[in-house]
Design a protein around this ligand. Structure first.
Ligand SMILES: Nc1ncnc2c1ncn2[C@@H]1O[C@H](COP(=O)(O)OP(=O)(O)O)[C@@H](O)[C@H]1O
Ligand SMILES: N[C@@H](CC(=O)OP(=O)(O)O)C(=O)O
Length: 571
């Protein structure tokens, strides 16, 4: 291409090539470019030894960062770039799978980015459409299909067709992803031969989704004359714990990522296009993932790392809504939220945000805006540290299904203090995570979230072991197929919220089995049977957000904080 384009005040010369290959030359993916016929042994070696990433010197560097030896110098540089006028970036723009489902969507997203000429974004992308789900299904099928059938796995064909069609329709050279597709097939053959899919291999397997979407997108931006550079997060300092499938980001990530992105911009300005969801295990040096929906966390981590003005997460809905729209189609966008409200909402099951994604934003005080890539004019939801709560009563209703409720009653062999300590240390030892807790002196009710585990068999084993341990000190009653309905709002008005909620539930003849008000003061959780849960949520949403027969009354001062608030109540 010949024309030049002006973007972020920089004259952008035409680019019709794929992302800088010299930059990729130290990447695992490029080694496959060099030898496209590499066998599944190499692919499996990558997955199993972590050699897909860098070698010993990289490991030593990670260790040094973790020991804090490099941190001082890097932090200093990162801080300099935060405060300086020359800071190259203004915001993160993260696009999820729902925004990247096809070539047409990719074109629209590229136009959307260019339509903000004053922004200097770091772009974070998820995998295209349902690619992550298809990779996981392909991996599961590979375990039992036999090596000779691995190439025929239906989901592998979907993935190949989607990506090859997309590059063709965008006019990009298929070489940007062909090595990945080949390696993916070899990996599935390897899984078929081994007849097992470890968590580590699973992470390596799903990483192909983000690695391909970012390469396609960066190549497309370059093709239309917007200079872009693709990055694999695991290569630019996203260092995590080695908890495959659910890794935590380590502190050393912030200065490393800032340094890498700033330095590259200074030496050769180009929009970074970064893989969401992925990291590098600090001990294994293998690819890790941040849990499903983890690209939101990648986005806020980069936002904090660079001290940006804003992080934008672009979805297929008009912001965070008053309820999951698949349960309540009339759910409305919530214009403002605090980090605490958003975190609670995400933690208790609202799929729209990753549960951990608010942490870096809150720590760095970086506002997060949830926007709709299908409807960019909609204002979306702005998430900040504080907001005007004077008129806020209920913000959103969230449903988390298929949780296990555990009633534990002490056999009085231990005093109360020893009893609670023993119960919680049992969970800690077994690595089981507890969501909602309610206690009395000798009894305890709590919920466990089976979706935290990836394999159903494992859940049963974990639950059996947990029961065995707890029965040494208590009577245990395990109740499965329960749901948590979380009422996120202003708990200053908890009595009013509860009065209304219980009225609705009684009218619907639903018995609440447990209730808990979180210490964060933004959440009241109610536990009901799975079978009744959706009906309850619909009725609650109708009563709090949709009902015409509700009157808006000004609460008398003295309620809650003493400040006036508006609450709909029944006539
Ligand atoms: N309270 C809620 N507000 C908005 N969306 C919600 C809510 N609860 C569930 N969702 C679902 O979350 C989806 C958006 O999240 P997600 O699929 O992770 O987007 P992306 O793939 O773009 O990151 C919506 O399509 C919607 O169905
Ligand atoms: N692709 C990953 C990570 C992610 O964040 O996806 P999305 O933004 O489409 O929810 C997943 O499906 O979990």
């Amino acid at each position: 291409m010949e024309a030049a384009l002006h973007f972020h005040g920089v004259r952008i010369p035409c680019y019709s090539r794929t992302p800088r290959l010299s930059h990729l030359s130290s990447k695992p993916w490029l080694s496959s470019v060099a030898s496209p016929s590499r066998s599944f042994h190499a692919a499996m070696e990558n997955a199993c030894k972590g050699s897909s990433l860098r070698g010993n010197s990289e490991k030593k560097r990670i260790e040094a960062v973790l020991r804090g030896e490099e941190e001082e110098e890097e932090e200093e540089e990162a801080t300099e770039s935060h405060g300086s006028d020359a800071a190259p970036f203004t915001c993160v723009m993260k696009f999820g799978g729902s925004s990247l489902a096809s070539a047409e969507r990719i074109r629209e997203i590229a136009q959307l980015i260019v339509s903000f000429p004053d922004e200097k974004p770091v772009v974070v992308l998820s995998a295209m459409g349902k690619t992550t789900n298809n990779l996981l299904l392909a991996g599961e099928k590979a375990v039992s299909c036999g090596v000779s059938n691995a190439s025929e796995i239906e989901e592998l064909s979907f993935i190949k067709q989607l990506h090859l069609r997309t590059v063709r329709e965008l006019g990009i050279d298929s070489s940007v992803i062909s090595a990945h597709l080949e390696e993916l097939e070899q990996l599935l053959k390897g899984i078929a031969m081994m007849k097992e899919l470890t968590l580590r291999t699973r992470d390596y397997l799903v990483s192909f989704g983000e690695c391909m979407s970012t390469r396609i997108f960066a190549a497309y931006l370059n093709n239309i004359g917007v200079k872009a550079r693709q990055y694999d997060a695991f290569d630019i300092g996203f260092i995590t714990t080695d908890d495959f499938t659910n890794a935590d980001i380590l502190e050393g990530t912030y200065p490393s990522v800032a340094k890498r992105l700033n330095d590259d911009w200074i030496s050769d300005p180009a929009i970074p296009v970064v893989t969401g969801f992925l990291g590098k295990g600090s001990k294994s040096c293998a690819v890790t993932t941040l849990g499903r929906g983890g690209s939101d966390l990648t986005a806020t981590t980069i936002g904090k790392s660079l001290g940006l003005r804003e992080v934008q997460v672009w979805k297929d809905v008009d912001g965070v809504l008053t309820c999951d729209p698949s349960i309540c189609p009339d759910a409305e966008p919530v214009p403002f939220l605090t980090f605490d409200e958003a975190a609670e909402l995400a933690y208790f099951g609202a799929q729209v945000l990753h549960p951990q994604s608010m942490r870096p934003a809150r720590d760095g005080e970086i506002p997060v805006r949830v926007k709709n890539s299908y409807n960019p004019k909609a204002p979306g939801t702005l998430i900040t540290k504080t907001r005007d709560m004077s008129k806020a009563v209920l913000t959103s209703i969230v449903l988390k299904q298929n949780v296990t409720l555990l009633d534990i009653v002490s056999t009085r062999m231990l005093g109360q203090v020893g009893f609670l300590a023993k119960v919680f240390s049992t969970f800690e030892d077994l690595g089981i995570s507890v969501d909602v807790v309610a206690t009395s002196e000798v009894s305890l009710s709590l919920t466990l979230d089976p979706s935290k585990f990836w394999s159903r068999e494992l859940i049963q084993q974990e639950l059996d072991k947990m029961e065995e341990e707890l029965e040494k000190i208590a009577f245990v009653n395990l109740l499965q197929r329960r749901s948590i309905i979380s009422l996120i709002g202003n708990v200053q008005y908890s009595s009013l919220i509860l009065e209304k909620a219980f009225h609705v539930l009684r009218t619907n003849q639903v018995n609440v089995q447990m209730i808990s008000q979180g210490a964060s003061k933004v959440n009241i959780s109610l536990i009901v049977n799975d079978s009744e849960a959706e009906k309850c949520v619909k009725a609650l949403h109708h009563a709090f957000f949709e009902s015409d027969d509700l009157l808006v009354v000004v609460l008398e001062s003295g309620f809650g904080n003493g400040s006036a608030a508006l609450l709909p109540i029944e006539t």
